[in-house]
Design a binder for this molecule. Structure first.
Ligand code: ZN
Length: 298
């Protein structure tokens, strides 16, 4: 196990226990360790820095163990993909006016590359992705597969000053050293390049309603941000925040219900009832607890 400290304050942090550890380490496997699943409150000890409000896991598994779990992880969020594709596409459209014409786009941690499909549809012709999970890459569309690099980021396979936009969706909160990660983004970007980053919000609705049961308190999440700490971590690593925003997610009603911690007996009954009355597919938009930032390399 490795002890962590606030990625913003370092030695000057003022850590406070938020929630004690709730992990049965025997249950951590490649099946449980991958994207979202039904919430079951499995997390490391969670600390909150009283100086800057950043929330972080500590202690955590060693870097090598975490990397191995990600390499073996399976793509488990296929059902959410159409909704995510639309949401991330909308925010890419909002980012494109900030960058040069004909930009080269890199997505970090993009699973099967569904977002790159969307970027191509939106007219971005030069796209690449970097993703550690082999099974996710194998699930990619054949034209996208060629554009995916199988590695963790930072990676020597990413050349400096090569990209105009870097997209990071639900990935920054999985990273054990967000400062190193953002410095590497800075290096990979060309002059005036921008980052579009979307992730969980520690002050979002799901945390307000569900507290410790919020799916954001999860073994995969190392550092968890709010709008303020998200801006600060970008500024600390030589980015100028252009826009910070609350994300509007649209998912079918059954998805919201699955994510909500109803008692396990009620949930399947409720879901099958909805299915019978054909309401399970109803699209529902909510600001449910994701935030984002568009920031320029300075
Ligand atoms: Zn701090």
């Amino acid at each position: 196990m490795q002890k962590m400290r606030c990625a913003l304050c370092g030695r000057d942090e003022k850590p406070q226990l938020l929630y004690p550890e709730s992990i049965n380490f025997e249950r951590i496997s490649k099946e449980t360790f991958s994207a979202r699943r039904i919430p079951e409150k499995v997390h490391y000890r969670l600390m909150r820095c009283q100086r800057c409000t950043l929330i972080y896991s500590s202690p955590i598994l060693t870097e090598d163990k975490i990397k191995l779990l990600y390499k073996q992880s399976k793509l488990t969020y296929a059902e959410e993909i159409p909704s995510l594709k639309k949401t991330y596409g909308d925010y890419l459209s909002k980012t494109l006016p900030f960058v040069n014409k004909n930009p080269h786009l890199l997505e970090i941690g993009g699973g099967n590359g569904f977002f790159l499909e969307k970027a191509l549809e939106l007219g971005v012709t030069k796209v690449n992705g970097i993703e550690p999970s082999r099974s996710a890459i194998n699930a990619a569309r054949s034209d996208i597969k060629k554009k995916l690099i199988a590695d963790f980021f930072p990676s020597e396979k990413i050349k400096p000053s090569s990209y105009d936009i870097i997209c990071i969706f639900q990935t920054l909160d999985h990273v054990t050293d967000p400062n190193r990660f953002l410095r590497a983004c800075h290096t990979a970007l060309r002059k005036n390049g921008v980052v579009l980053c979307i992730l969980h919000d520690t002050e979002g609705l799901s945390v307000k309603i569900l507290g410790e049961h919020s799916p954001i308190f999860d073994i995969e999440h190392i550092y968890l941000f709010n709008k303020k700490t998200l801006q600060l971590i970008f500024e600390k690593n030589n980015f100028t925040p252009l826009v910070t925003f609350s994300v509007v997610n649209t998912f079918p009603l059954r998805y919201w219900i699955r994510m909500f911690p109803f008692p396990s007996i009620i949930k399947p009954l409720f879901l099958s009832l909805l299915q019978n009355i054909h309401l399970d597919n109803l699209p529902l938009s909510m600001r449910a607890g994701n935030i984002g930032i568009i920031a320029r390399k300075s």
